[in-house]
Design a protein around this ligand. Sequence first.
Ligand code: 13P
Length: 251
Amino acid sequence: MRKPVMAGNWKMNKTRDEALQFIYAVNNELPSNEKVESVICAPAILLRCLVKRQGDELRIGAQNMHYAENGAYTGEIAPNMLESTGVSYVILGHSERREMFNETDEAINKKIVAALNHEITPIVCCGETLAEREANRVEEILGNQIRKAYAGLPSEQVVKTIIAYEPIWAIGTGKTATPEVADETCGYVRSVIKEMYGAEVSEAIRILYGGSVKPSNVDELMAKENIDGGLVGGASLEAESFLKLVKACVK
Ligand code: 13P
């Protein structure tokens, strides 16, 4: 049995006061971490204040990270900085970073290795554009992203990572992939991992769906065999909504 993960991606939202309000509202309401991993991936400047106040059942994640240990990379954040801040997860290769900040598969590969070296769980994103889906290129695009992201990683490391399938056309658009399409595509991603690492690893790795997940559609998505949780933007910003999403994973 794969333990579900519900991860909020706050993107570039919330002041410090708003973040504190959120964390105090969810801290005592979350189900046990033994049943579901509840994660908030916050802007870097809020990480320390959230880690200091996280309740027992919440974990904090970052939204990006550099792969180098230190050096002349103005504006970047190193893995050991996240580790020493008490961050447990990091989103890597989000489509917004790929599209707007030119993040490449090769950089994502190095970041996965660096995160694992620092005991930070990478949430590795993949996903296709609408044009790619309409041109029947979903398998080619996702296969390529996953093979390049995981190139050279040993299987005992791969199982420690989480994959998030986020179709770009469903992000922030209100258009969710149907549960069937989301399940089928997560299943395809799992088959790529199987081809690379065998059945045991592909059965153990958690694959999340992301793209307009909200309390009204979370149940049908989480009921699907290949979907082990969600990576959620807009609907993770309000405490009440985030709690509903997490609770849907333990029904
Ligand atoms: P929305 O849930 O706002 O569509 O965002 C999805 C996403 O990009 C999470 O990483």
